[in-house]
Design a binder for this molecule. Structure first.
Ligand code: ADP
Ligand code: NI
Length: 236
């Protein structure tokens, strides 16, 4: 169903204010700045894909309002908080349901875990969220998140794992460089919209360059053969 911007402009404005005030300034790249970028990108994707801009904007604004990573692994905390906020503002129940379903299904759950199906609006928001995890901003966010979690940047002895359950992915305490092989370098092939895929190409290339340069500086003359298959897989 499509909704007119006019009916929803005040709830969208209120949601923007609410999220900006609620999300704490954080060091992990899950702050208002992230939400702002994701919302802008999601709306741009939605315009070219013909998705409902109201659902897209509400879901993008609310997608990290209570992320499981910061709520003891409770992965329904986000959709619960979003439902509560939207219901308080008398948003029609079918819009609330779609926004909540998107928020529940947005997160990456491990390289080997089948993704839950998303509406077109959900695909736009997920692609935008994933675009913010790659490119220069993606590199910055991954290293910031690792630092926040007291993870080392790199450990040659600690190889990546393609997690086949959300529990295993969630429980990982691997160094930050592993996250590139476990998630970030895989994202370009997992974007869902053509617009998202086009936007991903340059950012993915930057990730590859960054990891290639990282290994060049790290190893110098020394080789790290255990990493060769991981690097070859991505042309690194
Ligand atoms: P998702 O909902 O898919 O988890 P988010 O928007 O919440 O996406 O943020 C994911 C970002 O958080 C990653 O792209 C990365 O920058 C950071 N992150 C999450 N887990 C890790 C990790 N294990 N190591 C480094 N960065 C991580
Ligand atoms: Ni996000």
């Amino acid at each position: 169903m499509s909704h007119s911007i006019h009916d929803f402009s005040s709830i969208i404005e209120a949601t923007r204010r609410h999220v900006r005030e609620t999300l704490p300034l954080d060091a992990t790249g899950h702050d208002w700045q992230h939400v702002f970028r994701v919302t802008r990108t999601a709306l741009a994707i939605a315009r070219s894909e013909g998705a409902d801009p109201i659902v897209v904007e509400l879901a993008a604004l609310l997608h990290d309002i209570a992320d499981w990573k910061f709520h003891n692994g409770d992965h329904e905390a986000g959709s619960r908080a979003a439902r509560q906020w939207l219901a308080q503002h008398h948003v029609p129940v079918e819009v609330i349901d779609e926004v909540a379903a998107i928020i529940d299904r947005l997160s990456f759950k491990g390289a080997g875990v089948d993704p839950a199906p998303l509406s077109l609006a959900g695909q736009c928001v997920q692609d935008a969220d994933r675009l913010d995890a790659i490119g220069a901003i993606g590199v910055a966010r991954a290293l910031a998140y690792g630092g926040y979690k007291s993870r080392p940047i790199f450990d040659p002895e600690h190889l990546p794992v393609l997690h086949d359950s959300f529990a295993a992915y969630k429980g990982s305490v691997a160094p930050s460089l592993n996250h590139f092989f476990e998630k970030l370098l895989l994202l370009k092939d997992r974007l869902q919209t053509n617009t998202g895929k086009q936007l991903a190409a340059e950012r993915h290339e930057f990730l590859v360059k960054f990891v290639r340069q990282f290994f060049a500086e790290w190893s110098g003359e020394e080789q790290l053969p255990a990493w060769d298959t991981w690097r070859e897989r991505h042309g690194i």
